[in-house]
Write a protein that binds this ligand. Structure first.
Ligand code: SF4
Ligand code: SF4
Length: 349
């Protein structure tokens, strides 16, 4: 399939949960910000006006936070984006999905919903600071799967953050989420940028990663038999394997701004979530999204962000791909350390 443009928009840094690994943990005392309506309207207009290659699916606008479903304007702007021919998704902690009205709005306005679930039962609740959260989230997923009906538009996804204390229950958690009606599962390793102290306790070891990666094909096959996709291609697995071993992974050219954009709560547009300060362009200075790749490349030449020396952006590494498709999509070789020189970095699809 032709890759589409994906724009992830962090609409707000407000959140109602307290995850010890996250910069937006509600216990952290800093002023929360929400992207203004005018910025979002402009972003939708830019995405709607963008010329597409033949066969390219509609661009995807994805709300994240903080907790984006606490943002009062998500229904309004999702409807507006869809009316402009843009597919819309959101990544949520699931805390508002117990409300029938929220679920109805999700079914009416979103093409995809990704729910974050990290462990089974009380362990998930502890990690997120939400008693009963696991049970409520899975009940909401069941209700959404039921209410969308056969062939319903909404694609239900779950993302799992792998930690030292949870990686051993990954297969069981995947099965529980599949049983609840999830169509697709993805995962990433706990990152250490936001909360290094939590990372020191919970980072996945190289040995635990190796065991996990070995069991993945069997699990993927088993889930596939029940129609559930477990994403993450070989390039992605190798990238995470290097991270588990503490090996940096420089990327010389991620084709910044070509297929993926990140917009933060202040209205800065960047090639990923990690380079707003170095390469970000204010939304209100952009007249056409097509101008961004050249601007990002120039910014990188002028001052290369330290993140590019150990690229943490999962979109670059095939997080949402499947191994069977390796080699079938456009790929380009990038500058990598000797140990990784056989890896190709793929476009997000
Ligand atoms: S629910 Fe999400 S945004 Fe909120 S603290 Fe947890 S990880 Fe961060
Ligand atoms: S950190 Fe990675 S995705 Fe972000 S601009 Fe650098 S190379 Fe690209």
């Amino acid at each position: 399939m032709h890759p589409r443009l994906v724009v992830v928009c962090r609409v707000s840094t407000r959140c109602n949960l307290s995850c010890g690994f996250c910069a937006y943990d509600r216990r952290l005392g800093f002023a929360r910000a929400t992207l203004g309506d005018a910025h979002i309207g402009h972003l939708i207009a830019l995405m709607g006006a963008r010329r597409r290659d033949p066969g390219e699916p509609p661009p995807l606008l994805s709300w994240i936070g903080g907790e984006p479903l606490l943002w009062p304007r998500w229904v309004h702007f999702s409807a507006r984006a869809r009316a402009a021919g843009i597919a819309v998704s959101a990544t949520t902690n699931g805390s508002t999905l117990w409300r029938p009205a929220t679920r109805s709005a999700v079914l009416a306005q979103l093409d995809e919903l990704t729910v974050s679930v990290d462990a089974i039962g009380a362990q998930h609740d502890r990690l997120r600071g939400w008693r009963g959260g696991y049970t409520r989230t899975l009940a909401a997923l069941r209700a959404l799967a039921r209410d969308r009906g056969e062939g319903g538009r909404l694609r239900l996804r779950a993302n799992i953050v792998l930690m030292r204390s949870t990686i051993g229950q990954f297969a069981e958690l995947c099965c529980a989420l599949a049983e609840a009606g999830v169509d697709e599962l993805s995962f990433n390793l706990l990152g250490g940028r936001d909360r290094p102290e939590f990372h020191a306790d919970e980072a996945v070891s190289a040995a635990a990663w190796a065991e996990f990666a070995e069991g993945l094909p069997r699990l993927r096959e088993a889930l596939g038999r029940s129609g559930v996709r477990l994403s993450g291609d070989q390039g992605y697995l190798r990238r995470l394997g290097a991270a588990a071993q503490g090996q940096p992974w420089p990327v010389a050219d991620c084709e910044p701004g070509g297929r993926f954009l990140f917009v933060d709560e202040t209205g800065l547009v960047a090639p990923c979530a990690f380079t707003g300060a170095a390469y970000g362009v204010p939304l209100d200075q952009i007249k056409d999204l097509a101008e961004l790749p050249a601007r990002f490349r120039a910014a990188r030449v002028a001052r290369c962000a330290s993140s590019c020396g150990d690229c943490p952006s999962t979109q670059v590494f095939g997080k949402f791909e499947q191994p069977t498709r390796l080699g079938s999509a456009a790929a380009h070789v990038v500058d990598l350390p000797q140990a990784h020189s056989d890896i190709r970095v793929r476009d997000y699809a």
